[in-house]
Design a protein around this ligand. Structure first.
Ligand code: GDP
Length: 340
C-alpha cells in the first residue's frame, strides 16, 4: 500500500447483513482523526513565572517527572540586583502508551528579583508576541504544512504563600499578560500554610482578581449531557482555584509506599495527596482534561487578536501607500499640464 492510500484507510463494514447496508462509514471519522493525531504527536508550551525560589523548577519536575533544570546556574544577591529577565527554553519529548508529546517549558529567571521591577514583564510579553509573529509569518508563507507551533499555551504564575493577597507586581504581571496567554495563578509552597489559611488566601485572591478585572484562564462550562461524576469533578476543580501546590524532587516512604513528598521532623507532606495540596488537580487540568482547551484558546482568541491587529496595521500601511502614490501621480500630471 502506498503512503498516500494509507492516509485514507478506514475500517469498512465486512459482512453484508441488513444492519450494515445502512452503514455509510462516517462513524469511523473520530477514529481516523485519532489515528492521525497520534501519528503526528502533540506539542505543548508551558511558561512558568514568579519570583525565584518559589518552587517553579521543582513543580515542573514533579509534574512531568523529568529533571529539566539540572545545569541551572543560581545567581547571588549582588548579581540579582541588576538582573534582567531572560527566557530559558527546555524541550523534552515524552512518550506514553505510544502517544508522543513534545513539551516545551519556558522559565523566566530574573522576574521580580531586581530592586526595581518596573516593567520587568516586558521581555516576557515581547517573547510571547515574537512567537505569534513567527507563526503569523509561517502561516502566510509558502510552506504552511510544516509550521512549528512555538506559541505559549499556558503561563503558570506563582504567588508567594507568605503575603496577604496579591502584590502590585502580581496584579501588573497578570494584567500585562492576560490578553496574550492563558494565565493560571498558583499559590506556591502551600505546605507553609494551614488548611484554614489556604482557604482564606484563596478567597482573598479570587476577590482581588475579580476586583482588579484580571482575566485569568476560565475553565469552560460543562456540557449539560455530561455524566454526574464528571460534573462533580469539574465543579470541584473550579472551586479549588487558585490551586495551592507543593513540589518535591525527592521520593520518601509514607504508609509503606514510596511517594513524591517533603520530609519534615513532624511528618511527611505528599505532593500527590489531594488532602495535602491541589497538585493532582493542577496536573489533571493541565494534562488530562484541559490541555486541548488551553491550545484552542491560544489559537482562537489570543493568536486571533494578534493576527487581527497585524492585518489592521498592514491594511492601514497599504492604504497610506496607495494614497501617497495617488497624490504623487496627480501632482506629476498637474505639473506636466502646467508645463505644456
Ligand atoms: P525556583 O527558583 O522558583 O525555580 O525554585 P526552586 O524549584 O529552585 O525551589 C527553591 C527552593 O524551594 C528549593 O530548596 C526547593 O527544595 C524548595 N521548594 C520547592 N518547592 C517547594 C514547596 O512546595 N514547599 C517548600 N516548602 N519548599 C519548596
Amino acid at each position: 500500500m502506498t503512503a498516500n492510500s494509507s492516509r485514507y484507510r478506514s475500517r469498512a463494514p465486512r459482512s453484508e447483513d441488513a444492519e450494515e447496508k445502512d452503514y455509510v462509514g462516517f462513524a469511523t471519522l473520530p477514529n481516523q482523526v485519532h489515528r492521525k493525531s497520534v501519528k503526528k504527536g502533540f506539542d505543548f508550551t508551558l511558561m512558568v513565572a514568579g519570583e525565584s525560589g518559589l518552587g517553579k523548577s521543582t513543580l515542573v519536575n514533579s509534574l512531568f517527572l523529568t529533571d529539566l533544570h539540572k545545569d541551572r546556574k543560581l545567581l547571588n544577591a549582588e548579581e540579582r540586583i541588576h538582573q534582567t529577565v531572560e527566557i530559558t527554553k527546555h524541550t523534552v519529548d515524552i512518550e506514553e502508551r505510544g502517544v508522543k508529546l513534545k513539551l516545551t517549558i519556558l522559565d523566566t529567571p530574573g522576574f521580580g528579583d531586581a530592586v526595581n521591577n518596573t516593567n520587568s514583564w516586558t521581555s516576557i510579553t515581547d517573547y510571547i508576541d515574537q512567537q505569534f509573529e513567527h507563526y503569523f509569518r509561517d502561516e502566510s508563507g509558502l510552506n504552511r504544512k510544516n509550521i512549528q507551533d512555538n506559541r505559549v499555551h499556558c503561563c503558570l504564575y506563582f504567588i508567594p504563600p507568605f503575603g496577604h493577597g496579591l502584590r502590585p507586581i502580581d496584579i501588573q504581571f497578570m494584567q500585562a499578560l492576560q490578553e496574550k496567554v492563558n494565565v493560571v495563578p498558583l499559590i506556591a509552597k502551600a505546605d507553609c500554610l494551614t488548611p484554614a489559611e489556604i482557604k482564606k488566601l484563596k478567597e482573598r485572591l479570587r476577590e482581588e482578581i475579580d476586583r482588579e478585572g484580571i482575566k485569568v484562564y476560565q475553565f469552560p462550562d460543562c456540557d449539560s449531557d455530561e455524566d454526574e461524576e464528571f460534573k462533580r469533578q469539574d465543579k470541584e476543580l473550579k472551586e479549588s482555584t487558585p490551586f495551592a501546590v507543593i513540589g518535591s524532587n525527592t521520593v520518601v516512604e509514607a504508609r509503606g509506599q514510596r511517594v513524591r513528598g517533603r520530609l519534615y521532623p513532624w511528618g511527611i507532606v505528599e505532593v500527590e495527596n489531594p488532602s495535602h495540596c491541589d497538585f493532582v488537580k493542577l496536573r489533571t487540568m493541565l494534562i488530562r482534561t484541559h490541555m486541548h482547551d488551553l491550545k484552542d484558546i491560544t489559537n482562537d482568541i489570543h493568536y486571533e487578536n494578534y493576527r487581527a491587529q497585524c492585518i489592521h496595521t498592514m491594511t492601514r500601511c497599504v492604504c497610506v501607500c496607495v494614497c501617497v502614490t495617488h497624490t504623487r501621480t496627480r501632482n506629476a500630471r498637474h505639473s506636466r499640464a502646467l508645463n505644456r
